[in-house]
Design a protein around this ligand. Structure first.
Ligand code: 3PG
Length: 306
């Protein structure tokens, strides 16, 4: 009997786990759960006899993949798969999939929620500002970026987007103004919401050159990955631009320095919270289980990323 392992350091909501278990067992497979593990060796152990694995941002390194002798498929229940060693997976004939769109609304709501919370001085009682009438630039117009734009329009923000992989028509269809370069986006917008993936091209790509183009009282909102920020340059920029605010879903590595030097100019979550809703967990987890079942039963490779 094939074994499907759900391995999550950051557990899914219980309803998502129940849903996955039900689907897996009804399909005639064995369900196995490894949650809140604290050591990679527990993952290596857990996956050693699994045929399929569902993970979140858990690290599927070479060591993990090479120990997984029976593994045929990994589904990353979520969008970003920068946590998976794709080359090793391919070398070992392991199919890797993600579940695009399934947790996007949750991330978009958090991006806007953090903007409101910060604009109101984290509810400290002092007069804050409003989002209405402000400019928002969406950097990468994928699933999350599109939802952020929709919500922001509800707040009556003026929304712009830049995405070299999405046509002007698709962006404009959403009632969003398309700009031709990232530089133009950052120059026009007081708020920037980042939705680029983390990969070899984008890591550390957001630094002082582009951020210094932003207007007064600039706010950078990062619900993507902390790795896309050049943190040394961010600190330098914040030193020169005293009105700059950095909002990030998960604290940057330079958190201590920012906390010490730039009071009131930052907002960080203690761990990555974007997809931490019951709805997102159910959507992504159940989609992951269905993708595994469809792959085993019908050879369906929709959403394969390697
Ligand atoms: C994603 O890439 O889908 C999000 O960053 C969510 O990641 P998580 O499932 O690890 O919270």
């Amino acid at each position: 009997m094939k074994k499907v392992l759900v391995a999550t350091v950051k557990p899914f909501a219980p309803k998502a786990v129940e849903g996955i278990k039900k689907l897996v067992e009804e399909a005639g497979y064995e369900f196995s759960l490894l949650e809140k593990y604290s050591n990679q060796s527990e993952l290596i152990n857990g996956v050693s006899d699994a045929n399929a694995m569902i993970i979140r941002s858990d690290k599927a390194t070479r060591e993990v993949l090479e120990a997984a002798k029976n593994l045929e498929i990994i589904v990353r229940a979520g969008a970003g798969y920068d946590n998976i060693d794709l080359a090793t997976a391919s070398e070992n004939n392991i199919v890797v999939m993600n579940t695009p769109g399934q947790n996007s609304n949750a991330v978009a709501e958090l991006a806007i929620g953090m903007m409101v919370f910060q604009a109101r001085n984290q509810l400290n009682g002092k007069a804050g500002t409003e989002l209405a009438g402000k400019t928002l630039g969406i950097h990468a117009f994928g699933n999350v970026g599109r939802y952020v734009a929709q919500i922001a329009k509800g707040f009556r923000m003026k929304v712009y987007a830049f995405d070299p992989f999405i046509s002007k028509e698709q962006i404009e269809k959403e009632g969003v103004e398309c700009v031709d370069t990232a530089e133009e986006l950052y120059s026009k917008c007081q708020y920037i919401s980042l939705h680029i993936p983390s990969n070899e091209k984008t890591k550390k790509s957001i630094g002082k050159n582009i951020l210094s183009l932003m207007p007064e009282n600039a706010v950078l909102v990062n619900t993507a990955r902390k790795e896309v920020i050049n943190e040394e340059e961010l600190i330098e920029l914040m030193q020169n631009k005293k009105d700059f605010t950095y909002i990030s879903d998960i604290a940057p590595d330079c958190k201590d320095e920012i906390v010490e030097k730039f009071e009131g100019q930052y907002l960080f979550t203690p761990k990555k919270m974007g997809a931490q809703t019951a709805e997102a967990n159910i959507n992504a987890g159940v989609a992951g289980a269905n993708q595994i079942i469809n792959y085993f039963k019908n050879g369906d490779t929709t959403f394969k990323v390697n």
